[in-house]
Design a protein around this ligand. Structure first.
Ligand SMILES: [Mg+2]
Length: 419
């Protein structure tokens, strides 16, 4: 197979840069995005001038102001940020039709097919993209380039964000010299708990994993984490080696207003709550997975069902609006379950449909202070990635093990935890 050329383009201090472009009067001031009226609220983004004075994302507005009293705190305008993000997608689409938004300020581009149109060089495309985006939005972008998505992502996070010029390529020629010496926590999807496990296994750098024979790494992981850790081992080993067959999938995040999943059912099979719960869970899991893939959370959960006992029939469609958007299975599931339990007339159901609407970009979740929830969100995304890479069957095993998995799985389990 021909080697692909994939980019991850990341907007520097995205929200703050948009606000700076919109407010020329703050040009030379430290600017952050957050709620100026709530000192306990969180800083969502800070411009480089603010960062140089110690302001960091995710700290409280009050703490940031204490460090940097002249900080200009601007209320977030998520709709604007999403519009700018979509506008950036359009710019990228003038370079390739394969553009996949990864988050509001990060997008993957597969430029393999367009290299010859732009002088044959990925670096040249990257520089043109940077110039175009800067000119039309005021946002400076950094571009990581690699033969796989995972390498492009790690090229951005670990290198392109740090080098002058903001463009960096990780390929099989420099993965060993550049990526492998990095400490293991700089590898994608490795957080503190896995860092500790790896340290315990004597693995301190990304190269320590990459250089191991996969079989040997699996053996060590089983010893450290239990005998069902094979998929997890494979995931980390592939990541360390830059292996990632997943394609850049175009067309996400646009035009989506509704995410739904439903089923027509064989009559008589779904009579009791015990019959229906697993089906509902299945629908909820798929809705949530799609929502994560599109980068949307929803606040409105709807359940529609049709039921009949052969004599009478009935149907309902009801919805509930949550106080914050979600795509977490246990939250969507709890809402769906209580709606269903309330309106179901206890006849065998012939149709069940779950819908998520009131969508907003999933970056907005950072607005709240539920740190555990943020962990759950990271968990669910990790699990999706494993599923994408190793197939749906992998997930039952993998999700219960991933750093991320256990509490999440338990929370999402049917029965008892729903309501
Ligand atoms: Mg960024």
């Amino acid at each position: 197979m021909k080697e692909r050329v994939i980019m991850l383009v990341d907007g520097l201090s995205f929200y703050a840069s948009i606000e700076k472009a919109a407010h020329p009067e703050y040009r030379d001031k430290p600017v952050a995005v957050g709620d100026p009226a709530r000192k306990s609220g969180i800083i969502l983004a800070a411009c480089p001038a603010a960062k140089s004075q110690g302001v960091t994302t995710a700290e409280r507005v009050g703490e940031a102001l204490a460090k940097c009293p002249e900080l200009v705190v601007i209320r977030p305008r998520m709709q604007t940020y999403i519009s700018v993000s979509l506008f950036m997608t359009e710019i990228y689409e003038s370079f390739t039709d394969q553009v996949e938004p990864y988050s509001v300020d990060e997008q993957f581009l597969d430029v393999t097919g367009s290299l010859s149109l732009f002088g044959g060089s990925a670096d040249e495309i990257a520089r043109q993209i940077q110039a175009r985006v800067q000119l039309s939005t005021g946002i400076w972008t950094r571009v990581g380039i690699g033969p796989t998505k995972i390498l492009a992502k790690m090229a951005t996070d670990n290198f392109a964000k740090k080098v002058p010029g903001g463009v960096y390529t990780l390929s099989k020629d420099n993965i060993e010299s550049d990526l492998w010496p990095l400490p293991i926590h700089q590898m994608f999807m490795v957080a503190s708990r896995m860092t500790r496990h790896f340290a315990h296994m004597g693995l301190l750098t990304i190269g320590d994993i990459a250089r191991l024979d996969l079989g040997e790494f699996k053996r060590r992981m089983r010893y450290e984490m239990g005998k069902q850790s094979d998929i997890q081992a494979e995931y980390y080993w592939q990541t360390a080696n830059g292996i990632d067959p997943s394609p850049v999938i175009a067309g996400m995040r646009k035009q989506i207003k509704v995410i739904n999943n439903g089923r027509a059912l064989r009559w008589g099979k779904y009579r009791t709550m015990e019959d229906i719960e697993p089906l509902m869970l299945e629908l909820v899991i798929e809705v949530c997975r799609r929502a994560r893939r599109y980068g949307y959370m929803g606040r409105v959960i709807s359940v529609a069902a049709a039921e009949t006992d052969g004599y009478r029939s009935s149907s309902f469609g009801r919805q509930v609006t949550l106080f914050r958007p979600t795509y977490l299975e246990h939250e969507v599931g709890a809402a769906a379950y209580s709606l269903f339990a309330k309106y179901w007339r206890r006849m065998p159901i012939t149709h069940l449909h779950i819908t998520l609407t009131g969508l907003s970009a999933d970056d907005v979740y950072q607005l709240d202070l539920f740190e555990d929830r943020e962990k759950l969100i990271l968990r669910s995304k990790t699990i999706d990635q494993i599923k994408d890479r190793f197939g749906p069957a992998s997930i039952v095993r993998a999700s219960s093990l991933m750093e991320t998995g256990q509490a999440y799985e338990r929370a999402a389990q049917i029965g008892g935890h729903w309501a």
